[in-house]
Design a protein around this ligand. Structure first.
Ligand SMILES: Nc1ncnc2c1ncn2[C@@H]1O[C@H](COP(=O)(O)OP(=O)(O)OP(=O)(O)O)[C@@H](O)[C@H]1O
Ligand SMILES: [Mg+2]
Length: 178
């Protein structure tokens, strides 16, 4: 019975998440200001947090790219959500977000000062349903879906730990894919 209940709880969480992830599947390319999309996405997540982390931006006033705006928005929401989760009950919670042009790409970094990612988990975090969160709080789909959304538009998503602690996620997006 315990196993069944646990399964049911997971299914409930998965269905909720699929609703969150299934928006605008067929989105096309458009030219938009990436920094604005980042600010909106961050605002969405932070607004809903009980304990609000300090968010520091390091980006130009405007940086245009030709990409899938809704998908990028979703990726940033997922990354900031993860950062906010790991920062719960941490001292001086802080998220740093940078965005700059590097050659043909727009590179966005989302860094937190949380626990970082254990080396043993590095290979697993992008797998579907890999989660270290309690039932009902995480389904392990956020990074899997985000990775897929970036690859689909010729970009990339990678994880690392910062030498001074915490995790850093790097989003790479072709600024003008022909
Ligand atoms: N910023 C981070 N710092 C430390 N660990 C992280 C961070 N982001 C992700 N992780 C680890 O990677 C796992 C997978 O993340 P992912 O976003 O795919 O799923 P989730 O957050 O657990 O659930 P979901 O996103 O579906 O609600 C997390 O459970 C956590 O263990
Ligand atoms: Mg997540």
């Amino acid at each position: 019975i315990d196993g069944t209940l646990e399964g049911a709880e997971r299914v409930r969480a998965i269905v909720q998440d699929l609703r969150r992830f299934s928006s605008s599947q067929r989105e096309g390319l458009e030219v938009f200001d990436v920094t604005r999309t980042i600010r909106t996405a961050v605002d969405w997540v932070v607004r809903a947090e009980r304990v609000k982390p300090v968010v520091v931006f390091d980006m130009p006033d405007e940086l245009d790219a030709c990409a899938r705006k809704g998908h990028l928005h979703q990726v940033i929401v997922n990354l900031v959500h993860n950062a906010a989760d790991v920062l719960q009950n941490r001292p001086e919670p802080r998220i740093e977000i940078s965005c700059r042009r590097e050659g043909e790409d727009v590179v966005i970094k989302v860094r937190d000062n949380g626990t970082g990612i254990p080396q043993t988990h590095m290979d697993q975090i992008f797998e579907p349903f890999f989660t270290t969160k309690p039932i009902g709080q995480g389904t392990g789909l956020g990074l899997y879906v985000s990775y897929g959304l970036m690859k689909e538009q010729g970009g990339d998503l990678a994880a690392a730990n910062h030498p001074e602690g915490g995790a850093v996620f790097t989003v790479r997006l072709p600024a003008n894919p022909g």
